[in-house]
Design a protein around this ligand. Structure first.
Ligand code: SAM
Length: 281
């Protein structure tokens, strides 16, 4: 196996292919074998199908290729494709696809490459599009079991925060609705090349849909409206969605005080509120 996690190998690749890092694509590659192994251990990919987002030069991909059943890796940067093909060409269980994860038809890719078999997501995510990628994956209605993803530490804190904590946000409610966090670990900035300014966290999220009956569009519009004006009471912040008189009545019905703020409401509270609003009209 080529030591793709070695800074020396990365420098050789840069010289050989003329590859230049693109900051705007969130290109910070892992250069520490221990952390590559830790991610793969947590993801638990032995004999499993994997969708990897942003393989870079194939560092995590190559190690997973030794044990996984099949890996589909989607990379946006065209200049990395010949590098990936050379680094991973010996693995007939790895398929590299050039494309933007936010634009590709994931249903089609998964159906073509993995049939209807279940799969896992593994990714050191490009941080500039963390939320849209997570949103696309959890709402795609695909047989995805879990996601082991590396994100910016502060974003991870927000994703798994509980109500009343300072990090609790609309992202926390969204992530809770679609997943439970099984485990996590911190990753220092020193294990990347080039070195970013921020630390990271790897999260393993097991996917679920918390409530199949609730109107998700209404639920998340309430969540967003509440947190967009998080210093305001819910009576005021949610009045952009529903008129105040009706809202007063509904809040009483679901036993929520008018002067609470979005950060005081649990996922269950938001769901009860959305259902009561739906019933009201
Ligand atoms: N997996 C490699 C590693 O851990 O060393 C690279 C991770 S790097 C943080 C993120 C990768 O995502 C880069 O290779 C970048 O080119 C790629 N990327 C950025 N935007 C993307 C997008 N929209 N779709 C697919 N890949 C993308």
């Amino acid at each position: 196996m080529k030591k793709l996690y070695s800074p020396k190998t990365i420098k050789q690749i840069q010289e050989l292919y003329g590859f230049k890092f693109t900051k705007a694509l969130g290109q910070n590659f892992l250069v520490d074998k221990n952390f590559v192994d830790k991610i793969i251990d947590l993801a638990d990919v032995e004999n499993e199908n994997v969708l990897e987002i942003g393989p870079g030069i194939g560092t995590i991909t190559q190690s997973m290729g030794e044990i996984a059943k099949k890996i589909v890796a989607v990379e946006l940067d065209k200049s990395l494709i010949p590098i990936l093909n050379d680094n991973l060409g010996a693995y007939n269980n790895i398929k590299v696809i050039q494309g933007d994860i936010l634009k590709v038809d994931l249903g089609k890719i998964v159906a073509e490459e993995l049939g209807s078999e279940k799969f896992k997501v593994v990714s050191n995510l490009p941080y500039y599009i963390t939320s849209p990628i997570i949103e696309k994956l959890v709402t795609a209605d695909l047989p995805c079991q879990d996601m082991t993803i590396m994100v910016q530490k502060e974003v991870a804190d927000r994703m798994i925060a509980d109500e009343k904590s300072k990090d609790y946000s609309s992202l926390s409610v969204f992530v809770k609705f679609y997943s439970t966090c099984q485990d996590k670990f911190k990753v220092p900035k020193s294990v990347f090349f080039p070195q970013p300014k921020i630390d990271s966290t790897v999260l393993k999220l097991n996917l679920r849909v918390y409530d199949k009956e609730v109107d998700k569009k209404l639920l998340f519009s309430l969540v967003r409206a509440g947190f967009n004006k998080r210093r305001k009471t819910i009576l005021n912040s949610l009045s952009s969605i529903i008129n105040k008189d009706d809202l007063k009545e509904i809040l009483k019905e679901v036993n929520l005080l008018e002067n609470l703020r979005a950060e005081n409401l649990s996922l269950d509270d938001f769901i009860r509120l959305a259902k009561a609003i739906e019933n009201h009209y």
